[in-house]
Every structure is written in C-alpha cells, then in structure tokens.
Design a protein around this ligand. Structure first.
Ligand code: PMP
Length: 423
C-alpha cells in the first residue's frame, strides 16, 4: 500500500527502509539489519549517529529550557556565535539563525538584494539551493524549480564541465578529477563574465555552491573560482556561498569549502552538518550586509533554538578535537583513488570526482545508477544519487568514516555495479 505522503515524497528504495536506531556510521532497521551509512541523512551527520557528546549536551539543555524564540537569548546561542567566529574570516561577523538550509538561502537572497539595491541574482544551472520558493527560484536544476511561477530576476549560467574541456588536461589514464590539482584559466567563464560586465548595474548578487551537491558533486577547478571571485570583487558583486552541504568539514582540511578555494563570500549559508542532524540553519555575513536589513523585520520562531545550538556547540567541539576535517581529507582522498582503481576498466563509469567526503561517481545512464543504489542497499550499504540526469552516485558519509569502512563502501559499490551490468 502506498504511504500517505504527498506524491513528491520519493523514498529511495521500492520497499521503504524503516530505521529503528543508529550508531556512528551504521543504521539498523526494525528487523535488526545493519547498514553502513555512506549518505549520513544527506550529508548531515557529521560526527557519527547518536554521538554521545552531542546527545548528552542536548539532553542537558532540554532539561533546562528547549525553546524561547528569537525575542530572547540563551547561553547556547551566545556561546555558539563565539565559537564559530573563531573559525570564520573576521569580516563575516553577523549571524542570523533559522531552521533549515532553504530558509538560510531565502534570507541570503533577500539580504544581498537589500544591500546592493539591485534585483538580479546569478546562479548556476546545475545548482540546488532548497525547497522554499526563493530557494527553488535560484535552483538551476529544472526538476527542483517551482511548480508554478518564477522569480523573473534570476539568470543561470553553466558551471564547469572539465571532462569535455581541452583545458583540463583530462586523460583516459584516470577517471578522477581533482578540483585543486587542475590548473586552468577557466575560459568556460568567458560568456558569464562578459554578461556580468554588461549588466553590472542590474546585478544584486551571485549565489554559488563551492561543490555542487545535488547537481551531481560537480567540482569546479580552483582556477574557475579564482577567476569568478576576482571578477565579482572588481565589479562589486556580492557573493553568497551556499555551504549547506559542503560545509562543516565535509570537504576536508578546513571547516568550509570556500576556505579551500580563492573564494571570499559576503554571506555564507549553513545547515545540514552544523548540528549533527538537529534542525538548524544559519547565515553569516558582513556588517554592511546585515545593516541593509535594518529597516525590515525578519523573524524565525525556532531560529537559534537552544537545543539545536547545544547540538551545534558539541558538534563543532568534536570536529575540532578529533580533527575530523583532516580525516575527511585523508579518507576522501583514499576513496577517490580506490574508486578510480576499481572503475578504471568499467566504460559505463564516466568520472570520479570529489573533495574530502563529498564524492560523486558518474555513470553513463540513470538506470544503472539506480540499480546500483538498490543493490548496495541489499548488500547493506546506504548511498545517494544526484545529477541533472540522476546518473551520479553520491558518497557523503559521516566525517568519522574509517579506512576500513571506506574499503567496504567502494568494494560494495563496485560489486553492485558489476551485478547491475551482469558482468
Ligand atoms: N542548499 C544546498 C546546497 C543543499 O544541498 C540543500 C539540501 N540538500 C539545501 C540548500 C536546502 O537545505 P534544507 O533541506 O535544510 O532546507
């Protein structure tokens, strides 16, 4: 019998997986079957499921007070701003707390437009920014755009496509594309930059994902963002970095992916991994942009919820204490090489790309990708899917993923693809 959800709810598997409990990188269904979780509730479990430090901090908080609204402050929200400020560039020093990534994007779009007093937003055709009307309106992937109606003041440009580009130096000896190792002048940005120069008087802001997650883990090379960022600075176009998926150590080495590139955002949208699965979203931005919102009211009843902020404090502390960004970097790098080794002679696998533990494996067709997702499930592994054509496998496990789990994940994916191809 179909479940009584709205028809846009699409469970990943034909037989729904009912999760009963979870621990670190494993989830368990109601029959006690164990699954290795390489999707982390869509890149949201940063420090492992039910991490004791997070659970105890939240329990302690909800025993004291669990909701006050934005009209008042609580210690967790104040402590959290202090802790996060230390990880951010000095100019990003204003905070607005919300409930989700979509709400953060919504607020960011209003703020940049308010600041620049210009309506036009530029976004990428492969970008995804959430489920509210505004977030859908800056989303380039057609399947995720609003059901009806449009924000007329958004223009889309394609992001990078390195495999088909002679500049990338991509060769058949590897399927791997490492964004920080590719050196190019990003000529693919010529048309976009020409348009930005021509229409600079209309442009209110640019919204980007440093790694385009739902779009299929697209990893623009470093030169792409250097060129884009310097042009935005010259033309004084404020930049919004949507780090909802790529943030919180997921991309390795630094807390945010923009810190690994030559990117200097004026606003950053944060959610997902910030509080290890507790609902919270956050916008951090410059003082100048925050002042642009001073003539309006903006409110979010649950924004800065003390229990979610307590979870965020504990999550940040564990990431820092255990250097989980470095683990993401090391295990992620190892996974890219292992996948490359395994899939090198599989022609249906087109490309392997990623940064840290945000990894995409692109296949020639969506049927193969979905068969592999289902077969992995039968073999006890949870993975995700993305891409405009839904032909990209997404591997985004908790940042506590070990080398052994990584091997199990890569091998199971490989065996599942071979099974789906009947080879
Ligand atoms: N931005 C990006 C880059 C995302 O990946 C997502 C969620 N997949 C969102 C925004 C929306 O976040 P939420 O689902 O928390 O509203």
């Amino acid at each position: 019998m179909p479940l009584p959800f709205f028809s846009c709810v699409r469970p990943l598997y034909p037989t729904p997986l009912i999760i009963d409990h979870a621990k670190d990188c494993f989830v368990f269904d109601e029959n006690g079957n164990r699954y290795l979780d390489a999707y982390a509730g869509v890149a949201s479990i940063s420090v492992g499921h039910c991490r004791p430090e997070v659970v105890s901090r939240v329990k302690e908080q909800i025993d004291k007070v669990n909701h006050v609204s934005m009209l008042y402050q609580t210690r967790p929200i104040l402590d959290y701003m202090d802790a996060l400020q230390k990880e951010l560039p000095d100019n990003l020093n204003r905070f607005f707390f919300v409930n989700s990534g979509s709400e953060a994007v919504d607020f960011a779009c209003q703020s940049v437009r308010g600041f620049s007093k210009k309506p036009l937003l530029i976004a990428f055709s492969e970008g995804f920014h959430g489920g509210s009307f505004q977030a859908k309106s800056v989303t380039g992937l057609e399947a995720w755009q609003p059901v009806f109606g449009r924000d007329p003041d958004v223009v889309f440009f394609p992001s990078s496509a390195c495999r088909s580009c002679p500049e990338s130096g991509w060769n058949a000896k590897t399927k791997m594309i490492s964004p920080l190792e590719l050196h190019c002048d990003a000529r693919c940005l010529d048309d976009l930059i020409e348009m930005m120069r021509k229409r600079r008087e209309e442009i209110g802001g640019f919204i980007i994902e440093p790694i385009l997650g739902v779009g299929g883990i697209i990893t623009p090379p470093a030169g792409f963002f250097s060129r884009l960022s310097s042009e935005c600075r010259v033309l004084r176009i404020p930049m919004v970095c949507d780090e909802v998926q790529s943030g919180f150590g997921r991309c390795g080495k630094t807390l945010f992916a923009f810190q690994r590139y030559d990117l200097h955002p004026d606003l950053v949208c944060i959610a997902k991994g910030i509080a290890n699965g507790f609902p919270i979203g956050l916008i951090v931005g410059t003082k100048e942009i925050s002042e642009a919102m001073s003539k309006k009211f903006h409110f979010s009843t649950f924004g800065g919820n003390p229990a979610s902020c307590a979870a965020a404090i504990a999550t940040l502390r564990v990431i820092e204490q255990e250097n989980l960004q470095d683990n993401a970097e090391n295990v992620g790098e190892w996974m890219l090489r292992r996948l490359d080794e395994l899939f090198l002679k599989v022609p249906e696998c087109l490309e392997i790309r990623g940064l840290g533990l945000m990894i995409g494996v692109e296949f020639s067709n969506p049927e193969l990708a979905i068969k592999a997702v289902n077969e992995c499930f039968h073999r006890g592994l949870l993975i995700g899917i993305g891409g405009r054509n839904r032909n990209v496998i997404r591997l985004e496990p908790p940042l506590t993923f070990t080398r052994e789990m990584a091997e199990q994940c890569c091998r199971t994916l490989f065996e599942s693809v071979k099974f789906a191809l009947k080879i």
